[in-house]
Design a protein around this ligand. Structure first.
Ligand SMILES: NC(=O)c1ccc[n+]([C@@H]2O[C@H](COP(=O)([O-])OP(=O)(O)OC[C@H]3O[C@@H](n4cnc5c(N)ncnc54)[C@H](O)[C@@H]3O)[C@@H](O)[C@H]2O)c1
Length: 424
């Protein structure tokens, strides 16, 4: 008998995970509160870049289906929760989707089920927040229901590492829960790594993303004085990266975006402050530097236009690639938004090009922030006073872009030297 799995939350994490599990022969149902997501998936339309309609169609043919009805939980051997964990208005953890999903599971779960939380969150959530709602004063941990945390490590747009070949960390509330989670993921993931407990698995994920956040902040701070000292930091990074041990290359850019890097470290610093009363200074400093990065881009552009005897006010500025990373369509927390806002505030005439974003509404609810991607990148670059390269999507011919532009500010350090090209 194949394992029956319910994946709760059908987004960037839940859909690839559910599809991969069907490939390994599991019997998978997707549960989401959003009826249009459910209907779209059942009709074979994938809203996730990394899962094509063809791959989704194959999963549907293997029996995958989506639903808004939580009754499916009662028949599951395993329930995996991949709901969002955003920040609240005050910058702290917003666990409402996790709390709501755990409550619904608690109403339907039956003995013998393994329930795994995959949503990124602060250490202690699985044990203190999630488990009591799932157990609902009815079931005992381990004897009736097994509960574990397993961080999702999906890297959207990564053609090499997917669900199967990215090692999976698992940590249960009891050793028995850890073992159940290890055995479950081993059915469809090549390498499963067990931690001492749920807290260590939660911390592992936050360590990974805090490490990225802090190292990106390091080079984003260094790029500022490197420019003033007339040093090409990208060249120095390439040189440092030739060291075969003890160094990992991170490169400057216009800031951090996506669901993870700008959000997850805040979960950890909030936990440290709330529980222990002191600051996680590394994270707070990294946040300050990376949040300021798009505004630094605006200042560099202002300087460059000034050099050309132009004001930002009235200048035609073309932003190229506005998603938070290359080769995805995800705009969440993209640094392009604060950059465009600042340039618009200074009176620039902002346009953009992105092959994956036909319409860009920076602030839903504010029609004046709605733009449409210019149809012809190279013609628009030739017409613009300045071009800012934010994401070097695979479709872009960077040499042609440089040749077409009067002034090209390259925030990624990927365009070859040319008279019009300026690095951050
Ligand atoms: N996107 C990534 O690259 C990535 C990578 C690693 C970890 N994560 C983490 O994984 C988790 C999920 O992220 P995502 O990017 O897949 O989110 P997402 O916004 O793409 O999708 C979440 C889905 O959950 C649904 N949902 C919300 N509340 C629900 C509920 N109570 N019950 C059922 N469904 C519900 C939403 O309708 C949505 O379809 C987050 O904690 C995130 O930090 C994301």
């Amino acid at each position: 008998m194949s394992t029956s799995l319910v994946v709760v939350g059908l987004g960037y994490v839940g859909v690839p995970m559910g599809v991969r599990a069907t490939e390994a022969g599991l019997d998978v149902v997707g549960l989401d509160t959003n009826a249009s997501v459910v209907d779209g998936l059942n009709a074979g339309h994938s809203h996730i870049d990394d899962v094509s309609d063809v791959v989704l169609g194959e999963a549907l043919a293997r029996g995958f289906h989506a639903t808004t009805d939580p009754a499916c939980i009662a028949d599951a051997d395993v329930v995996v929760v991949c709901v969002p964990t955003p920040l609240s208005e005050d910058g702290g953890p917003d666990l409402r989707p996790v709390v709501s999903a755990a409550g619904v599971i608690g109403e339907h779960v039956t003995p013998g089920t393994l329930v795994v939380l995959e949503s990124t969150t602060y250490p202690g959530t699985t044990e203190e927040v999630f488990a009591p709602l799932v157990l609902a004063d009815r079931w005992r941990i381990g004897d009736d229901v097994m509960i574990a945390f397993s961080p999702e490590r999906i890297d959207p747009g990564n053609a090499v590492y997917g669900v199967r070949n990215t090692p999976k960390v698992v940590g249960g509330i009891t050793p028995q829960c850890t073992e159940a989670a290890r055995a479950f993921y081993a059915e469809f993931v090549d390498d499963v790594v067990a931690t001492k407990g749920a807290k260590e698995a939660e911390m592992a994920k936050l360590l990974e993303n805090t490490f990225r956040h802090v190292n990106i902040a390091l080079v984003n701070e260094m790029v500022r004085f490197s420019n003033e000292l007339d040093i090409d930091l990208w060249d120095a990074i390439d040189a440092a990266a030739t060291k075969p041990f003890g160094y990992m290359a991170f490169r400057p850019g216009p800031g951090v975006g996506g669901h993870c890097i700008p959000v997850d470290p805040a979960y950890l610093s909030h936990r440290v402050r709330a529980k222990l009363g002191y600051a996680f200074r590394m994270v707070e400093l990294a946040e300050e530097i990376n949040t300021a990065a798009p505004l630094y881009v605006a200042h560099r552009l202002q300087e460059a236009l000034n050099e050309a005897k132009l004001a930002v006010n009235g200048a035609r500025v073309l932003l190229v690639g506005v998603t938070y990373k290359p080769d995805v369509s995800d705009l969440r927390q993209s640094p392009s938004t604060p950059l465009a806002d600042r340039l618009a505030l200074w009176g620039a005439d902002v346009e953009y090009h992105d092959p994956r974003v036909p319409v860009w509404t920076r602030h839903p609810g504010d029609p004046s922030s709605r733009l449409e991607s210019v149809p012809d990148l190279y013609a628009a670059a030739a017409d613009a006073d300045a071009v800012v390269l934010l994401q070097a999507h695979a479709e872009y011919d960077l040499q042609r872009l440089a040749a077409a532009s009067r002034l090209l500010l390259d925030t990624r350090g990927v365009v070859a030297d040319a008279p019009a090209v300026l690095r951050l």
